[in-house]
Design a binder for this molecule. Structure first.
Ligand code: HEC
Length: 146
């Protein structure tokens, strides 16, 4: 009887500890492509990224307040000016697939600058959603480690 009980308890323990054992091995794999930036390049790169988030924040607030100037000013920061200001060494390291998402993203901020003059707030919200889709697409594929 004791043996049966022990067998039962051991089985129970093993059964419930399996997921725990598996868990240590089971970290979600990070399959994103590494851009291999140096410390300095990475700092400049991430600073641009935070600026893009600031632009998105300004655009959304601008839309909510129907403040066209605010939308334009916020969008302009992350448009062509940012694309031109990216250090050459970073541009050289980024693969074609990166450029194919990044280039159009800056252009879409420029499109926001132009359309803010004419479009209604609903349409500008849609454009903001489309711009943010670009952020998501790139973040899913790349990382900026050394
Ligand atoms: C063409 C590629 C690309 C696009 C487009 C892109 N990002 Fe990024 N972003 C990255 C990469 C790569 C990282 C670094 C991620 C990592 O190393 O884990 C990053 C990091 C960030 C960070 C973290 C900054 C920090 O200090 O750690 C923010 C915030 C960010 N992005 C915002 C945005 C926003 C907002 C957009 C869209 C308007 C955007 N990004 C579009 C590639 C991109």
């Amino acid at each position: 009887m004791i043996k049966v009980l022990l067998f039962f308890l051991t089985s129970l323990f093993l059964f419930f500890s399996l997921p725990l054992l598996a868990d240590t091995d089971n970290k979600p794999a990070d399959n994103r492509i590494n851009l291999h930036l140096t410390e300095i390049e990475r700092a400049a790169f991430l600073s641009e990224m935070r600026q893009m988030l600031t632009s998105i924040q300004g655009i959304i607030s601008g839309i909510a307040e129907e403040d066209i100037e605010k939308i334009i000013k916020s969008a302009r920061y992350s448009g062509n000016r940012m694309a031109r200001a990216t250090p050459a060494s970073i541009k050289e390291k980024t693969p074609q697939a990166f450029k194919e998402i990044g280039g159009p993203t800056h252009m879409m901020f420029e499109e926001m600058v132009v359309r803010a003059e004419t479009d209604d707030m609903q349409t500008l919200t849609e454009l903001t959603g489309q711009i943010m889709q670009q952020c998501l697409s790139c973040h899913a594929i790349f990382k900026a480690n050394k």
